[in-house]
Design a protein around this ligand. Structure first.
Ligand SMILES: *Cc1c(COP(=O)(O)O)cnc(C)c1O
Length: 366
């Protein structure tokens, strides 16, 4: 069982949908692709006329890189990147690689990006035309308040890009209200599919101004969009067919569960149960509860000589995979709350952690 921020634990039926082979030219496959694109716009509460979903081969980072590399003109444009963790930092690296003029708004990893910080950066840099931020910074599990940040940018007609990789599908996002120009996620996060492609929800009017802007042939978001649109769901270049069938099943299962709001509550309950169970055992969290997302929780090493590798192997032997920490200044590990996991799974996890804590960390007390 994966207690990680993606790939995550998927249902048996999602996996079973990968047992047949499919041709990419086939009409059934193209129809499935169109249905998936349509459904993604619908669950973002956006209108099909205003928004579109573009699928891009590769992991989530490929979708972010395709968006940054296509959305920002080569001249007379500057990107402001809000960074409070590893994924914000990855966007800065992409901007460096792609030669995109950019300004970095650096915020401590344990604090959220705020509207006030963004407003101050805009005042200092009137040249800014585009803005990128991570919604759930999976580094810590912090949730940046995009609903209050984006209106500040829209007042200045700044194009907005949201990395909602680890939140979309698990945290309600209403694009009709939010009006983000680009919002990015992937097949293997909260929609609970398997890895293989990223997803960009884009405002058509914005995207349609980006022809010939891309800095990469394969990651040309505009051309990818045109091929889907002009060829009734035909992907540009070879697509991950099995992953698509699994993903379509994952979307059906999201609807059966009751949609994003119901899934959000399940994740919140998971998060609470894990956090409270760990706190009861004496573990401490890295970030404040007020900005904690229901996606993943970071815990401090319980002792100075805590051996993460040993803890990891102990949990793995008993059926659970967790994630190392990613916060730079403190020693931490992370437990993911997303995926096809239930209360029973969590109770079993907490029992295993309790056993480890008494046997390995406090052997004298055992
Ligand atoms: C998972 C994730 C990504 C993408 O990472 P990949 O390893 O390329 O899939 C990007 N941003 C955030 C916030 C993520 O959680």
């Amino acid at each position: 069982m994966l207690l990680t921020p993606g790939p995550l634990t998927t249902s048996k039926t999602v996996k079973e949908n990968m047992l047949a082979d499919h041709g990419t030219w086939d009409d059934d496959y193209k129809e499935l692709t169109e249905w998936v694109r349509h459904e993604l716009v619908a669950i973002a509460n956006a209108s099909q006329k205003e928004y579109t979903a573009i699928l891009m081969q590769g992991s989530g980072s490929f979708g972010v890189e395709a968006t940054l590399g296509t959305a920002i003109p080569k001249q007379n444009a500057t990107l402001l990147i809000a960074e409070n963790g590893a994924y914000g930092e990855r966007m800065v690296q992409m901007a460096d690689y792609l030669n995109i003029a950019h300004v970095v708004l650096k915020v401590p990893e344990t604090e959220p990006v705020t509207r006030e910080l963004v407003a101050t950066a805009l005042e200092a840099h009137p040249e800014i035309t585009h803005f990128a931020v991570v919604h759930c910074e999976t580094t810590t599990g912090i949730l940046n308040p995009i609903e209050t940040i984006l209106p500040e940018l829209q007042k200045h007609n700044i194009v907005t890009i949201v990395d909602a990789m680890s939140s979309f599908g698990g945290v309600p996002i209403d694009l009709t209200t939010l009006q983000a120009d680009y919002l990015i996620t992937s097949s293997n996060k909260c929609i609970q599919g398997v890895p293989g492609f990223s997803i960009v929800l884009a405002k058509r009017a914005t995207l349609e101004t980006t022809q010939y802007q891309a800095r990469s042939l394969s990651l040309d978001l505009y051309e990818q969009y045109r091929t889907f649109e002009d060829d009734n769901g035909k992907w540009r270049f070879t697509s991950p067919t099995h992953v698509m069938y699994a993903f379509a099943q994952a979307l059906r299962e999201l609807a059966v569960e009751g949609g994003i709001t119901v899934r959000f509550r399940r994740y919140q309950t998971n998060e609470q149960r894990i956090r409270e169970g760990m706190l009861d055992m004496g573990y401490k969290v890295v970030i404040e509860e007020a900005v904690q997302s229901p996606i993943i929780t970071s815990f401090l090493y319980p002792t100075d000589d805590f051996d993460f590798h040993d803890f990891y192997e102990y949990l793995k032997d008993r059926g659970f995979i967790i994630h190392p920490g990613k916060v730079s200044r403190v020693n931490s590990f992370r437990i993911g709350n997303i995926g096809a996991i239930t209360k029973t799974d969590i109770d079993r996890l907490l029992q295993v952690v309790a056993d480890y804590t008494t046997e390995e960390l406090h052997p004298a007390r055992a």
